[in-house]
Design a protein around this ligand. Structure first.
Ligand code: TRP
Length: 371
């Protein structure tokens, strides 16, 4: 919050024209985070529980790069207007939850072409077989094949792109949802092999999963998803929040408030566990639910209170930024520029490691066995 206030005092344009803050000195010892999201639309409370809440804590300790992975949105070519909109929405969500652009960097992936260049080089270091064994990729591929009969080549590039996203800023830590762990495993593997073959070039990163790795949707069926029709969005109004919570699935076998109910796996209680900090109240509701002495309505009303308390300041901060589009633009421009500044020397090292500096010396010695 203090960062937002500091930003308020700035003059328009300051974010780009002022020198980078001291924290952006690459020689500094603070460890780095790189994490990100596909900007496919507004973020929901599943993103908050699974990722953003963890990022918020970590940004105090780590120098943080938050990536808007626009290269990674599927149907890229067909969906450009959607991505343009989604990128803006996610940026407002991040500012809303309190990711602090004074301390952290918001990066537009395609604004740093070095990501693409590194992807091309690293794609030689990752076998197709390795990709095909990646469980996250397998699941996504199965999904794609149901919808379309042609899988774009880009689909196989995207995990390599993710490897590049993490390695280029020399990130130490990647806080993500558990579905992303296979990608981080691949990243470590590529970094270790590259370093072994060409000398220390990349940091070998660690993954870290938050306390709620996946949140069920309000329909209780699958994971909450942006376009699954089962999401509570961070920007939802109070009325929308209330209506969505009222409509939530609970224990399907319980018909009356006096029937004993099941708490385990019940979406309303999963949300209480994720969002209600008053654990005494949650324990009491669970006890009474099991005994059949509390109705769904009361359980839901308490959930609404807890979630609304959490979301109100987020909504307010989001509106604050939404009313200042040129400041938002500055934030994106500043973060993207800083990422590029960091990427250039690392990319230069990679080119040298791969002996791409053909013109440095005169004609090379022929290698052994050359005709
Ligand atoms: N694949 C991630 C997602 O689907 C987004 C992402 C892109 C990412 N590059 C990354 C996450 C690097 C962590 C690190 O949301």
């Amino acid at each position: 919050m203090s960062g937002t206030m500091a930003h308020q005092r700035r003059h328009p344009g300051d974010a780009i024209s002022s020198p980078p803050p001291a924290s952006s000195d690459p020689s500094e010892n603070r460890q780095r985070i790189l994490t990100g999201l596909r900007p496919s639309g507004p973020s929901h409370v599943g993103h908050y529980a699974g990722a953003f809440s963890q990022w918020l804590e970590l940004q105090n300790e780590f120098e943080s790069f938050f990536l808007l992975a626009d290269y990674q949105v599927s149907d890229y070519a067909e969906n450009l207007p959607w991505i343009r909109w989604g990128l803006w929405e996610v940026t407002l969500d991040w500012l809303g939850v309190g990711l602090d652009p004074e301390r952290s960097f918001f990066v537009i992936e395609s604004g740093v072409p070095e990501f693409a260049e590194l992807t091309l080089h690293l794609s030689w270091f990752l076998g197709l077989g390795h990709l095909q064994r990646n469980p996250t990729l397998k699941a996504e591929l199965a999904d794609l094949e149901n919808k379309a009969d042609t899988v774009p080549v880009a689909f196989f590039n995207y995990p390599v792109m993710q490897v590049s996203n993490i390695l280029l800023p020399l990130a130490h830590l990647v806080p993500v949802g558990d579905d992303q762990l296979p990608h981080i495993e691949m990243t470590r593997d590529v970094a270790i092999r590259f370093n072994g073959r060409f000398g220390e070039t990349f940091v070998v990163p660690e993954g870290r999963v938050g306390k709620v790795p996946r949140l069920v949707g309000i329909d209780g069926k699958g994971k909450m998803g942006t376009s699954a029709g089962n999401a509570i969005f961070l920007k939802d109004s109070e009325e929308t929040l209330r209506a969505k919570i009222r409509s939530m699935f609970t224990d399907p076998k319980r018909l009356r408030a006096t029937d004993p109910g099941t708490v385990e796996g019940n979406p309303v209680f999963l949300y209480h566990d994720a969002f209600n900090p008053n654990t005494a109240e949650v324990d009491d509701l669970k006890t009474r639910y099991r005994a059949g002495t509390v109705g769904d309505v009361e359980v839901k009303d308490r959930l609404f209170d807890a979630m609304n308390t959490l979301l109100t300041p987020i909504r307010d901060r989001r509106s604050y930024w939404a009313e200042r589009p040129s400041d938002v633009r500055d934030v994106l421009q500043h973060g993207t520029k800083e990422m590029k500044r960091r990427a250039e020397p690392v990319m230069a090292r990679v080119r040298t490691a791969l002996s791409l500096d053909y013109l440095r010396d005169g004609p090379p010695q022929p290698p052994e066995g050359a005709p």
